[in-house]
Design a protein around this ligand. Structure first.
Ligand SMILES: *Cc1c(COP(=O)(O)O)cnc(C)c1O
Length: 365
């Protein structure tokens, strides 16, 4: 990595911030990914100077040359984490060091420069210090932070860019489940996979998402809000959803989740669920899970709960796995006790309602 010294951020306040009444209305019902806060962070990189020009500034459209590498070869990576308001008004985020490390790993895989981890953390602080007013205070609400890096060099030649830009934007987010945590059916993509051995599956890159969108359309057509992908080699083992990892809960209260590989994204929520579950004495196996195991386990009630997890939805109970050829589980299943208990433990840590014994929370403002 080129530099570890903190970059000095220059700061330009918006001269036309969103009027208070409008912001309040947005924060009362933000939904997800619909509104953006008044500012953003930008940092430039080129092969000669390294990272430079760190700045907090008014939120504004980017100007990109039509020949920008990112538009043609998808040299782009991103992160997703949240800023949570605690009861005393302070603003915190959850395990940003893990996101910083993953952002570096993703960048490396995509041939992009690595952003020093301290600069990543500083960039989150900069945005939240400018836009603290955009962090909602209702439970399960947050300011979703989206750091991302793109190759903005003008070139159609196929190679890693010598010029890139890093940005952070913020989008207020309401509770994912507005009317109670209700299990949802998931569509299993039996023909199309999202990642293969040696590929980019473990990197949080734009291209992985692009590849998941046609299967997602198919899922929605079949009444499922999310897709589960299988392994590309056998078409038999559970990998993960388009943007969430998956767990099964067994009758004995123990958990199983697919082992990480280069085709599965290492979720911060996944790692945290594993740690919390083990701390309360549950066994958590990380190993291959076949579709057959899930089918038989659900039928015999050896498997009692299924859930997905990721920053946006936190923990997302699954009622059934469906495809053209099968349907395992029951549409009507209520969220299971283990799923709900793990979800509550995480929420309590994130919203400062319990002691953060693992030092997972970092204060941003
Ligand atoms: C972001 C993401 C996840 C979840 O990761 P978290 O760090 O828990 O938010 C899982 N799978 C994929 C493919 C992702 O992009």
């Amino acid at each position: 990595m080129p530099q570890h010294t903190p970059l000095a951020f220059t700061r330009t306040q918006s001269t036309r911030p969103t009027p208070l009444a409008e912001r309040k209305a947005v924060l009362e019902n933000p939904g997800f990914g619909k509104y953006y806060s008044d500012h953003m962070v930008a940092i430039d990189w080129d092969a000669e100077q390294g990272w430079h020009g760190a700045r907090g500034k008014p939120y504004a459209p980017l100007t990109l040359d039509p020949a920008s590498l990112v538009l043609h070869y998808a040299q782009a990576v991103f992160e997703g984490l949240k800023a949570y308001r605690h009861a005393d008004g302070s603003i915190w985020t959850f395990r940003p060091d893990v996101n910083a490390k993953r952002f570096s790993d993703s960048a490396e895989r995509l041939g992009l420069p690595e952003l020093p981890h301290d600069v990543f953390i500083q960039s989150l602080k900069e945005l939240v210090q400018l836009d603290g007013d955009w962090v909602p205070s209702a439970i399960e609400s947050s300011l979703y932070l989206r750091p991302f890096m793109i190759a903005n060099e003008n070139s159609l030649s196929v190679r890693g860019a010598d010029q890139v830009a890093y940005y952070v934007i913020g989008s207020p987010a309401g509770p994912y489940f507005s009317s109670g945590v209700t299990p949802v059916p998931i569509w299993v993509s039996t023909q199309r996979t999202r990642a293969a051995r040696g590929g980019t599956g473990y990197a949080k890159c734009a291209g992985n998402y692009a590849g998941s969108l046609a299967p997602l359309k198919e899922a929605r057509k079949n009444g499922c809000p999310q897709v589960l992908f299988l392994d590309s080699e056998h078409g038999q083992y559970l990998e993960e959803l388009g943007g969430m990892n998956i767990f099964i809960v067994q009758q004995d209260g123990n958990l199983v989740t697919p082992a990480l590989s280069d085709s599965i994204l290492p979720g911060v929520t996944r790692a945290s669920v594993i740690e919390l579950a083990r701390a309360e004495g549950r066994t958590v196996q990380e190993r291959p899970i076949s579709l057959t195991e899930v089918r038989d386990g659900l039928a015999s009630r050896q498997i009692t709960e299924l859930f997905a997890c990721g920053t946006a939805a936190l923990i997302f109970p699954i009622s059934a796995l469906k495809s053209e050829a099968f349907s395992y589980g029951h549409d009507s299943a209520a969220a299971g006790p283990v799923t709900l208990a793990l979800r509550k433990q995480l929420l309590d840590i994130q919203y400062g309602k319990t002691t953060d014994t693992r030092n997972w929370m970092l204060r941003l403002a």
